[in-house]
Write a protein that binds this ligand. Structure first.
Ligand code: MHO
Length: 211
């Protein structure tokens, strides 16, 4: 699919991971999304046994289209970071930075958001320490509610791993949750870094998709 040159990673938790995967998956410039577990010590976490890990979304994005700063603002503008942790660490507000440059940006945007919120932000900000993908049934969770659409995608993505990693599926998962319109999705596909015949194929598939 899209080539991976110059992609950047962001890893964060902001409550149940289904919603933020759709939100960020619907954003132009986000090339790949996955949900999983991060931040804890439990070995081989699963949904049923995540131990001290947090429900986390990991995105790969093209910084020429969407900046790390944009991703951070979207993160803080769309959850309350100081909630009581009623289920231990499962739903805490968590930000993992991958580089020292990212770390500095996180601290700067945190200050900006604290000024807006009028409160100290308690998001746990720590260096990335690993990410374990969640079970397949949690990936692109909202898109999975549309079996007819999945059937039409099955030819393109014969195994579910391919669907999980696809930019198209990330955008569709956002679309079904109300992020983006038919036109915005079509317009964006036309910008993707792939052959024009592939773009046309995806646009047609999307336009004719039965939900
Ligand atoms: N309360 C939600 C949480 C799911 S999210 C993957 C539910 O069980 O529907 O934690």
């Amino acid at each position: 699919h899209q080539s991976d040159r110059r992609l950047e990673l962001a890893t964060f938790g902001m409550g149940c991971f289904w919603g933020p995967e759709a939100r960020f998956g619907g954003m132009p410039g986000v090339v790949r999304t996955r949900v999983g577990f991060a931040g804890g010590t439990e070995l081989n976490p699963t949904y049923r046994q995540m131990g001290d890990h947090t429900e986390t979304v990991q995105i790969e994005f093209d910084p020429l289209v969407i900046s790390y700063t944009d991703v951070l603002r979207e993160f803080w503008q769309n959850h309350y970071p100081n909630r009581d942790n009623y289920k231990g660490r499962q739903y805490i507000s968590l930000w993992h930075y991958h580089t020292e440059q990212q770390h500095q940006t996180v601290e700067a945007i945190k200050k900006e958001m604290e000024a807006k919120l009028g409160e100290t932000i308690e998001t746990e900000i720590t260096p990335f320490s690993g990410f374990t993908a969640a079970e397949e049934r949690h990936q692109k969770y909202y898109l999975k509610r549309y079996p007819k659409a999945l059937e039409q995608l099955a030819e393109l993505y014969p195994d579910r791993e391919l669907l999980t990693d696809s930019t198209f599926a990330a955008r569709l998962n956002g679309f079904v949750k109300g992020y983006g319109t038919k036109d915005s999705v079509r317009e964006e596909i036309a910008q993707w870094n792939m052959e024009e015949v592939e773009q046309k194929f995806l646009i047609k598939l999307f336009s004719k998709m039965k939900w």
